[in-house]
Design a protein around this ligand. Structure first.
Ligand code: PLP
Length: 375
């Protein structure tokens, strides 16, 4: 069930899973159980040892999902910290290349980076990457597995092969792909993931490292995480993370719902453009650009109809700016006109019908306003 009761008794339809994924029941259970156990995993008494067991079980589940050793999983507070930990640790002695559509968490961690352009379908251009890698000293390449706005998947196997060839290291932000598509390490040096994007709760994340790699801590402190990340571990959030990461995702069902939404959108608004539609994408994500209509207007109109989607990009003040992802894909003046529809793992089968009814009403209203304005 992805319907949410709102204060005004309307049942909202949440199609904003890429902001935060719907909580997995197993994660809720693990969270409640960990709260009951309490304890600090660093305490050496029985309570501490019980907490430590929960912590290491969660780490073990994450490691199993990625096919790595538990010692190569560093637990963090989330995806932002995992990306920062990797990038700060890997930068010394390297120049940095960052994909044009990376999340702010990555771009902010490497403000001096050179930008790798993407093609109009949102995928990284391997030829350009090869040229850039052959020109400079050894590089750190930062590319996301799946884009949070468009869902577009980069050709990571090809990227990893180029990095090997040019002795570059590859950091992958897999925050949106982990839990939704096959989780694999693709030969990356480091991979960032986040609990609340795969059905856990906010407050936990992880950096998966190449075997035996040690990176200096961003936050030093009590020596937790083998000296790689100081601070008492948020046990309930980590327990929920471990439970969520072990859950599966029905890709075909969710992709079917997403495809039904896109087919309906094209019927309602023939001028709509689905960003990255021709590229491989996450099964749950659609970035629909309605030329000339600001995303904010669309998001607010849909919210009033009880449908929760997001603008391509929202800054922390809550104001909507043009999407840097759509700008990088060449949408120009329409880069501020995209709404992201992202289905949660538990989306109901009638989600397309409900969404499309609200969208059609919104579109008819906005079109008649446009027509009146132009007369
Ligand atoms: N990377 C991507 C691709 C994201 O979508 C997000 C969050 O939206 C982050 C990183 C940041 O993750 P967190 O919210 O866990 O800090």
């Amino acid at each position: 069930m992805n319907a949410i009761a709102t204060s005004d008794c309307m049942t909202a339809l949440d199609l904003d899973a890429n902001a935060t994924e719907a909580l997995r029941p197993a994660a809720r259970e693990a969270l409640m159980a960990a709260l009951d156990v309490g304890g600090n995993p660093s305490s050496i008494h029985g309570g501490g040892r019980a907490a430590r067991r929960i912590l290491e079980q969660a780490r073990g589940r994450i490691a199993t999902r990625f096919g790595v050793a538990p010692g190569d999983v560093v637990l963090t507070s989330g995806g932002t910290e995992a990306n920062a930990l990797a990038i700060h640790g890997l930068i010394p002695g390297r120049w940095v290349l960052v994909g044009a559509t990376e999340h702010a968490a990555v771009r902010a961690a490497a403000p001096e980076a050179m930008v790798i352009p993407v093609r109009p379908d949102g995928t990284v251009d391997l030829d350009t990457l090869a040229t850039l890698l052959s020109e400079g000293p050894p590089a750190l390449v930062c590319l996301m597995a799946a884009n949070n706005e468009s869902g577009v998947l980069h050709p990571l196997a090809g990227v990893a092969a180029l990095c090997r060839q040019h002795r570059a290291v590859l950091h992958v932000d897999a925050v949106q792909s982990a839990g939704r598509i096959g989780i694999e390490t693709v030969g990356a040096t480091s991979i960032a993931i986040s609990a609340h994007k795969l059905g856990g709760v906010p407050g936990a994340g992880a950096l998966i490292l190449a075997p035996g790699l040690h990176l200096p801590p961003l936050i030093a402190g009590g020596g937790q995480e083998r000296g790689r990340r100081g601070g008492t571990e948020p046990l309930p959030a980590i327990a929920a993370f471990g439970a969520a990461v072990a859950e599966s995702y029905d890709i075909r069902r969710i992709a079917g719902l997403r495809d039904a939404i896109e087919a309906g959108l094209r019927r309602i608004a023939p001028d709509i453009v689905i960003a990255g539609a021709t590229a491989p994408r996450l099964p749950n994500t659609s970035l629909a650009v309605l030329p000339g209509i600001p995303a904010e207007t669309q998001v607010i109109a849909l919210d009033l109809a009880g449908i929760r989607v997001s603008a391509g990009a929202a800054c922390s003040s809550g104001k909507v700016a043009a999407s840097h992802v759509l700008e990088a894909m060449g949408f120009g003046a329409n880069a501020g006109c995209g709404i992201r529809i992202s289905l949660p793992w538990n989306a109901d089968d009638d989600a397309p019908e409900r969404f499309l009814a609200a969208y059609a009403a919104m579109h008819a209203r906005l079109s008649s306003r446009r027509a009146t304005a132009s007369t």
